[in-house]
Write a protein that binds this ligand. Sequence first.
Ligand SMILES: [Zn+2]
Length: 260
Amino acid sequence: MEKINQSLNQLNTFSQTKEKPTYQCERCQDTGLVIIDGIGKICPCQKKVVLAQKKQASNMTPKLAEKTFENFSMHYYPAYAFSERYGKTYQQLAETALLSCKNFVSDVKADRYREGLILEGDIGSGKTHLAAAIANELLDAGRTVLFLVVPEFLDEIRSSYQEASDGSEGALMQKAKNVPILILDDLGAHTYTNWTQSKIFTLLNHRLNYNLPTVITTNLSVEEIGEALGERTASRLVELGKFYPLQVEQDIRLTKSLEK
Ligand SMILES: [Zn+2]
């Protein structure tokens, strides 16, 4: 008897929820459409869904998603430290790089064509922070961004080529070639085979030819890129945009851990 009562209670709760449905979005009752002056319009909740999907597809890790221009700390770039190589203080270099990244974002948002830009600096110099901040700003503005860490990207496309016996290009390479905004993080001095060298050239060449902007972070100078990746890639990089150097006295991650 008690069991029957329990079931009846359950049934009651079911019918109650059926009578009084709760919607995630009360405005459109989860249909995604609202009627304004007799015209069906996409409910604002759907824009959030699309934005969330784009963020999901961007390959940004939770750590990268935290990086903004606001939390890029100038404190690691002292005005007393002078770079002989660039003839500027570390502070001036960082300010120039930050400003160039902000300008890039506003140009892309305003649909002014930009080839891209290159952030150059040692490990822990803050270049990935700035690249991630660019990605986050543009994702928030509803743009489609793909963030790739170069060594991982090369591993992935290599295995996808091996799987495809017909030698066809993998989905990731296709996406990297055609995504509206591409971030290539850590184009470093890895050992490049002729094959990987040619893949990077093909990718950059395609994006330049189709007016698709690319942001690159690297610990190499343009000369060193020429040595590691070949002259033709280096010359495409020069075409792609200016190099913005960042210099710190020691790895920011190390400085942070010492400050704790
Ligand atoms: Zn809605």
